[in-house]
Design a protein around this ligand. Structure first.
Ligand code: NAD
Length: 288
């Protein structure tokens, strides 16, 4: 950071629902010398920057702002991410791009390669990897404190917000994919996904993903939906261990088998004994 001893100049590209939060937080972040906003909605009468609320300078096009910044945060619709990231990297700017990094693997690789060869920082907006709870969970799993891991279960459900240019997998699942990889300290060897379109005119709005972590011998399931009246945010490892007796749920933990110690929770015990055969069926079905 020697080059930025007076602070880093940051441009937030896309000052909509999420970008406005980046703008607000960056304005009170130590080390951010100046923060400017870029949004195609900022159409002044001429090409000069506008003064936005809170004395932030606003530009209508990223190209206008690039000479005045060291780094950009890209919070525009997903289909624009790769193009805007490449534009910023080409101009020598560090990039934090909101999830998803890009909408195709090929585009994502282009962006990663461009940043690498330019020696610039490229980050995707996988915010949960910077959450203290995710760090704690990762440490508990790494330290073996949860016992034997059975599976990892994630859900991210709500009613809307529908995105116009991507399916729900691109919009919501990046959080769960990143948090599962992060807390398990691994990457899946196989992924299967199922999605269906109900209300969205073009893209799936309900989806399930199954991720096999072959090295760990476990699976992560991810359920995402824009069609759930109930808002759910869940990232949950299921594991087997002995708990102190005060944490047992004795009323519903009856399925504990003779010869086996009581397990962590009733739900966990239920899974242990009811789903074992289903798990085997799924595995053999896929390998045949
Ligand atoms: N990390 C998170 O938890 C989180 C939460 C919400 C949204 N997001 C991500 O943030 C991004 C934006 O989502 P949103 O809900 O704020 O969308 P939004 O539609 O509210 O805002 C997008 C803004 O980008 C502007 N824009 C579009 N194309 C542009 C361009 N080429 N140049 C400059 N401005 C342009 C639009 O005018 C709009 O103001 C998405 O990638 C979304 O996945 C992340």
């Amino acid at each position: 950071m020697g080059a930025y001893s007076e602070g880093i100049r940051i441009g937030v590209v896309g000052v909509g629902y999420w970008g406005s939060k980046h703008l607000r937080v960056l304005r009170s972040t130590t080390g951010a010398a100046t923060v400017v906003g870029v949004d195609q909605r900022f159409t002044g009468n001429d090409d000069s920057p506008q003064l936005l609320d809170f004395d932030v300078v606003g530009y209508s096009d990223i190209e206008q702002a690039l000479p005045d910044v060291d780094a950009v945060v890209i919070a525009t619709p997903p289909s624009t991410h790769a193009r805007l990231s490449l534009q910023a990297i080409k101009a020598g700017k560090h990039v934090l791009v909101e999830k998803p990094l890009a909408t195709t693997t090929a585009e994502a690789q282009l962006v990663v390669d461009a940043a690498e060869s330019a020696g610039l920082v490229l980050m995707a907006g996988h915010t949960l990897e910077h959450n203290a709870a995710a760090h704690k969970l990762r440490d508990l799993i790494r330290g073996g404190h949860l016992g034997r891991l059975y599976y990892f279960d994630c859900a991210r459900l709500n009613l809307g917000l529908y995105q116009p240019d991507v399916a729900v997998i691109m919009d919501l699942a990046p959080h769960d994919i990143s948090v599962a990889n992060f807390v398990l300290s691994s990457r899946p060897s196989a992924v299967t996904a199922w999605g269906s379109r109900h209300v969205h005119p073009e893209y799936a709005d309900v989806a399930h993903l199954l991720r096999d972590y072959g090295d760990l011998g476990i699976r992560a399931t991810i359920q995402v939906s824009w069609l759930s009246p109930q808002k759910v945010r869940r990232s949950r490892p299921w594991a087997r261990r002995r708990w102190p007796s005060r944490t047992r749920t004795s009323s519903t933990a009856s399925p504990t088998a003779p010869g086996h110690p009581p397990t962590a929770t009733a739900a966990l015990t239920f899974f242990r004994y009811s789903n074992a055969s289903r798990y085997r069926c799924a595995s053999s079905g896929r390998s045949s």
